[in-house]
Design a binder for this molecule. Structure first.
Ligand SMILES: Cc1cc2nc3c(=O)[nH]c(=O)nc-3n(C[C@H](O)[C@H](O)[C@H](O)COP(=O)(O)OP(=O)(O)OC[C@H]3O[C@@H](n4cnc5c(N)ncnc54)[C@H](O)[C@@H]3O)c2cc1C
Length: 285
């Protein structure tokens, strides 16, 4: 749920936030629905759309209805920060190197903690935690943001692009965010993304060409950015809500658990792990 501020665009979109990670989220679990209802009441989250276009490599083919997708005018990152309890102190840009657990608690880089929740893709968790379960295969995605001078494509919210070797999805970030800015975010096909993990910017020309081809756009974007997600999507997940590890005071959560791979699964997994650790800590008092 990553939102980036667009800088040096030389246009009206300068300083605007764009969603470069998850495109939206859906609701089905009652607990997650209650949490999101609260954010909707505060105007942070809103229903976006229940219909996306579908396209082939050469253009739009139709519209497909589905569940309601939710978005945030302030970008999806604002959903995460709004859910944070004000008493929680967050330390940013601090990379953990080693997590251990024993029968009485846990440590992060040698610092003692009552309990530790490791909430991230499994390959990243496995680097921190000796004896963590083997990571499943994960698919990469490169997200390419294209800001245009004006809207010259049909009115739509997003497009699933099938059978294309370059892109799989285009989101209209202006429609998603509600400001109608002429900004599109395309997801590069996992096979092509995997080939360019060391140089994400190299896919930009092909991604622009694919967006123009699929949406019939003649203009070139005035500002482009490519962001690499090495671990975008687990190819296999577990229906287990989370995993307790190393003496029971270290938990693994994320969207490879709770039936993933979605924002809702990641939230549910972390939420349930938090409840389990709180119960365990209360019992050990
Ligand atoms: C391009 C893309 C599109 C997506 N689209 C959708 C969608 O449309 N709908 C949907 O529901 N889901 C979507 N998803 C999936 C969704 O984003 C994930 O399910 C969700 O963000 C997972 O949350 P998480 O907290 O488990 O992990 P993450 O969001 O990956 O968070 C893990 C955090 O841990 C941090 N971290 C990792 N290692 C360390 C370390 N050693 N020390 C400190 N911090 C560390 C990372 O920096 C990161 O901030 C998409 C994902 C991607 C990448």
């Amino acid at each position: 749920m990553a939102s980036r501020t667009m800088r040096d665009t030389g246009a009206a979109s300068d300083g605007r936030v764009v969603d470069i990670g998850a495109s939206y989220f859906t609701l089905s679990d009652p607990d997650f629905t209650v949490a999101i209802d609260g954010l909707m009441a505060q105007g942070i989250v809103r229903p976006w759309t229940d219909a996306f276009h579908v396209a082939g490599p050469h253009g739009l083919e139709g519209v497909r209805s589905g569940p309601m997708r939710y978005a945030a005018d302030g970008g999806l990152r604002s959903v995460v920060s709004s859910l944070l309890h004000p008493a929680v102190k967050v330390v940013f840009e601090s990379e953990a190197g080693e997590v251990t657990g024993d029968a009485s608690g846990a440590t992060v880089d040698g610092e003692r903690a009552d309990a530790v929740a490791v909430c991230m893709p499994q390959p990243q968790a496995a680097r921190l935690l000796a004896g963590a379960p083997a990571a499943a295969m994960w698919e990469p995605v490169i997200a390419v943001t294209c800001a245009f001078e004006e809207r010259t494509w049909p009115v739509l919210d997003g497009v699933f692009v099938n059978d294309d070797a370059v892109i799989t999805w285009i989101a209209d970030d202006g429609m998603r965010r509600g400001d109608e800015a002429p900004v599109l975010v395309a997801h590069v096909h996992p096979v092509l993304s995997a080939r360019h993990l060391d140089d994400a910017a190299a896919v930009i020309p092909a991604a622009i060409g694919a967006v123009q081809r699929v949406l019939g756009i003649r203009d070139y974007p005035t500002w482009v950015d490519a962001h690499r997600w090495t671990y975008a999507k687990p190819l296999a997940g577990s229906d287990e809500p989370f995993l307790l590890h190393g003496g029971g005071f270290v938990g693994l959560a994320g969207d490879a658990w709770s039936g993933g791979p979605r924002v809702e699964a990641a939230w549910l997994s972390g939420h349930r792990l938090g409840q389990a650790l709180a119960t365990r800590l209360a019992m050990s008092d």
